[in-house]
Design a protein around this ligand. Sequence first.
Ligand SMILES: C[S@@+](CC[C@H](N)C(=O)[O-])C[C@H]1O[C@@H](n2cnc3c(N)ncnc32)[C@H](O)[C@@H]1O
Length: 338
Amino acid sequence: MTRLRSNPETPKKKRGSYLKEAADRRQREIAERISKIKLQDHYQTTDRTCDVFVGDCRQILRSRLAELKSQVHLVFADPPFNWNRAYDRWDDNLTEANYLELTYEWIDLCVQVLRPGGAFWINIPDDWAAEIVCYLKGRPAVGREPLETPLTMQNWCIWHYRFGQNVTERFINSKVHALYFTKGGAERTWNSQEILELSDRAAIYADPRTQSKKDGMPPGLRVPMDVWYGEYWGRIQGNNRERRGYHDNQLPEVYLERVIRSCSNEGDLVIDPFLGSGTTGVVAHNLRRRFLGCEYSTENARSAFDRIEHGPVRPLGQARGKSTAIFPARGTRKKPTA
Ligand SMILES: C[S@@+](CC[C@H](N)C(=O)[O-])C[C@H]1O[C@@H](n2cnc3c(N)ncnc32)[C@H](O)[C@@H]1O
């Protein structure tokens, strides 16, 4: 592929259209590959470690409960937000009561398949975060019994991006909540060493204390903060290399990489009830986890399966050990680097 950005000779005006052309070409190649994937209700990778099921995740999980109950190490769910988005098939404009009923239903099933100590991550906007947090903590919801096995909140993370929809009558939205809960009954998996970043003390102040840390972390590194942003962390725009056609809800691969590395190990079972373009599947497969995804739309499921088979856009691990400092190093005006 031509690397247009790095060529200073490329006329500025034309660069945008070259990028668009390259993105369109990529989409055509992907569409061509997808068209060769047969219409099925179940896809499995040749190494038999990843399954993609087509249909409503509630039906799929319910029908496989006997086999999945208490077996799953990590659930990552990025449901429709009920924002009236033009999904391929799903109706994204339910009444509030219906949306919440649906939400509690899939949450119940995910909690049942989680094993003791398992991690449950939910990507959700402001609209529904409060209701979901209360429900997961075991608070009664309107017209519904409380969750049988309440979970423990570990973090309420924020994914911060800088291309939220422009509005003028209130503040521009620039975040989604990444809720991290765990099931009791066993120790949780927490691989902090897998996700470290350069600390601000090291990146900005070159503070010698960061070189002999007492918290068990390697020199200069820290566990990331609970607000997530940085290189590769933006929303996936139209001409982004990661972009899959027709998916305006696609999450960045670095997001799933952080979740999967920190909360599961090789060989563990990861599931995503709302697979979409397949981000969770492609990262889980690349990190040698077993994976099960559900997707309501056959077209999306085929596209996600193709993506899982072809691997991530850039090699994983590129965001690890980097700085996310927002100030330049003292004494220089350069952006801090690892
Ligand atoms: C927000 S998108 C997920 C995006 C995904 N995280 C990614 O990075 O591409 C939600 C997806 O869930 C699918 N979906 C909606 N309701 C569903 C259901 N009940 N069962 C399974 N999939 C569903 C939609 O078709 C859509 O593709």
